[in-house]
Design a protein. Structure first.
Length: 340
């Protein structure tokens, strides 16, 4: 059976082949009326025309594929991918998953894929402390369209998408004050043997302290290494008993709220009535499923992924200069539920 070509589509739609190409590739400089666009799309459907991706890539120099690099075991990477996939699907791009660990040494293969024209650009999901100057220099040397999600928060030379962590804490505290008329204790969990908060957590803690001092109150900050239950159950029960000083707490991670819920259950206390809780993330996506449901200021990772995809495609298609690395800031989402 003879393969359907773009010439066949043009003949059936009653247009030139250049118009078909413009509809398929978004060719600049060729205006296509809505009537002709509909005719081309209808002809494609009726003829079951499939674009020859290899030939298209040879003509345009693009693969229409974006590499998304991150730790595949990190739930935040999956959330970011939702938005990235949405932006790419709407503009005719595919997403190539690349990764397995967060180590920057694993990224050399991305450069090779770009030089082989198998990808058109790169998105990485990084921690808010990520700043690898050698990786940045490689991206610049090879002129790779690149955007980092949460990495390079203090470097203007790299395009990145960030959440305003400081504003998220202020939003949470304003909300809690409007409900309780009292401040919250701030609980900062951390991983590892030493307390080495990343940029995002430093922003959160500073915002909490500033908010309290602006209102003439002494900050109540509790720093806690993460541990498995019930190893640290006594610590959480002691925090619940501090309700005479503050009526509740704001945790940097939602997993801290899970420990508080367990301690409250074992102590015969009711979250949302005897003690109030908010979280500053929704990493495990369990906030709405807790009982009572957990109020939070959540990091909008899906929206960040979508913004990243849109910016990267602008670079790829020449609608934005690669030297325009203006940082994108997205607000946290206040999700008022039952715990406060």
């Amino acid at each position: 059976m003879k393969r359907v070509t773009s010439f066949d589509v043009a003949a059936k739609a009653g247009v030139s082949r250049s118009v078909v190409s413009a509809v398929l590739n978004g060719t600049p400089g060729i205006g296509v009326s809505e009537e002709k666009r509909r005719a081309v799309l209808q002809a494609i459907e009726e003829l079951n025309y499939v674009v020859d991706a290899q030939a298209q890539g040879m003509r345009t120099g693009r693969s229409r594929c974006i590499a998304a690099c991150g730790d595949l075991y990190n739930p935040l990477f999956a959330q970011m991918l939702e938005g990235l996939q949405k932006a790419c699907a709407e503009q005719g791009y595919h997403v190539l998953l690349y990764g397995g660990t967060p180590l920057s040494s694993d990224r050399q293969g991305l450069v090779e894929l770009f030089l082989q024209r198998r990808i058109d650009g790169i998105v990485t999901k990084d921690s808010t402390s990520f700043q690898d100057d050698e990786w940045r220099r490689q991206v610049e040397r090879h002129r790779i369209p690149y955007v980092s999600v949460e990495g390079y928060p203090e470097t203007a030379e790299v395009a990145s998408v960030q959440m305003d962590y400081a504003q998220s804490i202020r939003t949470a505290l304003d909300y809690a004050w409007s409900k309780l008329g009292k401040p919250l204790t701030y609980v900062e969990l951390y991983n590892g043997p030493a307390h080495q908060p990343n940029w995002g957590d430093r922003q959160r803690t500073k915002a909490y302290a500033d908010w309290m001092r602006e209102r003439g109150m002494e900050p109540r900050i509790r720093v806690k290494p993460q541990a498995e239950w019930p190893e640290d159950s006594g610590w959480w029960r002691e925090l619940l008993r501090s309700g005479s000083e503050t009526p509740g707490c704001l945790t940097n991670w939602s997993r801290a709220a899970v420990s508080l819920y367990r301690a409250a259950f074992e102590s015969g206390m009711r979250i949302g009535q005897d003690f109030f809780v908010m979280a500053a993330d929704n990493t495990e996506r369990l906030n709405a499923g807790l009982v009572p449901s957990l109020s939070a200021v959540e990091v909008p990772y899906a929206e960040m992924g979508e913004a990243t995809g849109n910016r990267l495609i602008e670079y790829i298609e020449g609608r934005r200069e690669r030297t325009d690395t203006a940082r994108m800031w997205l607000p946290a989402k206040l999700m008022a539920r039952e715990s406060l």
